[in-house]
Design a binder for this molecule. Structure first.
Ligand code: 1CP
Length: 343
């Protein structure tokens, strides 16, 4: 039988010859290949052109030497078929047209079949798998219910999430209806990615850290747990969030085979908090990739030391790679992880 790939083995907390590494947002704006295509096509057009999206998915594997590919898509793509109206403005990031303020607004959201309405995503998965040819596994992904809900309620990105929190506190029934709807959509969408060939999936709860642990427990955890529980068994799930160092036990309770953490917590402390019976992913500050290769190498070593060679560590950044990151620094990081963790 062929050796399982180090990334998938680490997701199952099996021993690997070295610590596998990939980068969140590795398929994006720091890559010259991406910027070239982006000069010609809008972001949404790139997502919908599965041949180009597959090409962008595969490019970092060849160029950076990472141990996994991540599907080129976006967490917000599900909002369009829900009837919310999605645009990416040039400078301000995503803009969502509809305003969800009540239970009636939630009830008016479209029910949709990802298989038909987001077929371009699954086409990308199939094409990327074919192009990867078994070299490294392909990770699918979706936003977590809270992070998606925050975009829907705010109408875009946010600093303080005041509209979202106001809805939670003033109309918990509407919030529950929205979160239940999103949990269902996310599970269906991820299962369709898995059916098309995604070999692991990551749930991004990028903005959960704006909440108190009590609010997370009450208004977020049950829905993330429902989404994760409905994912096709046997496919590893990475549950990522940022700013959640004070509530990692709760994050873990929501589920996931590996928990993704940011750099605001020591990796060994985070792992102890979530328990050694799950894997851990992280957690280099993405800003370190703006430093010189020597400094990058020593920061990589610190994190590997904290992981202590324990099976189940997937090396990654603590959040997405910055667009201004020099590609040579990324390759230096990947090389350092492979060399310093070789066993
Ligand atoms: O202008 C452009 O070229 C578009 C930039 C861009 C890209 C490259 C956006 C808009 N999305 C993406 C791709 C993307 N998004 C991937 C594909 C894989 C990869 O790049 O390697 C993934 C995994 C995401 C996930 C995503 N989108 C998250 C979760 C991860 C994270 O960084 O926290 C979030 C929050 C989004 C929303 C989003 N999409 C795009 C932007 C600029 C944003 C963030 C806006 C904000 O700050 O609120």
């Amino acid at each position: 039988m062929a050796e399982p790939h180090p990334f998938l083995a680490a997701c199952r907390r099996e021993k690997t010859p070295y610590t596998p590494v990939w980068l969140m947002r590795q398929a994006g704006r720091h890559m010259e290949e991406y910027r070239k295509l982006r000069a010609e096509y809008s972001f949404l057009d790139l997502c919908k052109r599965s041949d180009l999206a597959a090409e962008i998915t595969v490019a970092p594997v060849q160029k950076l030497g990472v141990d996994a590919a991540i599907l080129f898509a976006d967490i917000l793509l599900v909002l369009e078929p829900m009837g919310l109206g999605l645009e990416y403005s040039k400078d301000d990031g995503p803009v969502i047209r509809a305003q969800i303020r009540s239970r009636t607004d939630v009830e008016e959201l479209n029910d949709f079949e990802p298989q038909t309405e987001l077929s371009f995503v699954f086409e990308t998965v199939r094409k990327a798998r074919a192009a990867l040819d078994g070299k490294v596994p392909l990770i699918g992904f979706a936003g977590a219910p809270f992070t998606l809900a925050s975009y829907i309620v705010e109408g875009g990105g946010s600093r303080n999430y005041l509209k979202t929190k106001k809805l939670i506190y003033s109309d918990p029934g509407a919030w529950k209806a929205l979160m239940e709807r999103l949990a269902t959509v996310i599970a269906k969408y991820l299962n369709a990615q898995i059916a098309a060939g995604a070999e692991a999936v990551q749930i991004f709860d990028s903005w959960a850290g704006c909440l108190s642990p009590a609010d997370y427990q009450r208004y977020v955890l049950p829905y993330t747990r429902a989404a994760i529980a409905a994912i096709t068994p046997g496919t590893p799930v990475i549950h990522f969030s940022t700013g959640t160092a004070g509530m990692l036990k709760l994050v873990r309770e929501a589920g996931g085979d590996a928990i993704g953490v940011d750099w605001r917590v020591h990796l060994d402390e985070a792992w102890a908090a979530v328990g050694h019976d799950v894997g851990i992913q992280g957690n280099l500050d993405p800003a370190v990739l703006l430093a010189k290769p020597k400094e990058i190498r020593s920061r990589v070593e610190e994190i590997l030391n904290r992981a202590g060679g324990r099976p189940g560590h997937i090396f990654n950044l603590g959040h997405g790679v910055f667009p201004e990151t020099p590609v040579d620094n990324v390759t230096a990081m990947v090389k350092a992880v492979h060399e310093l963790s070789a066993r």
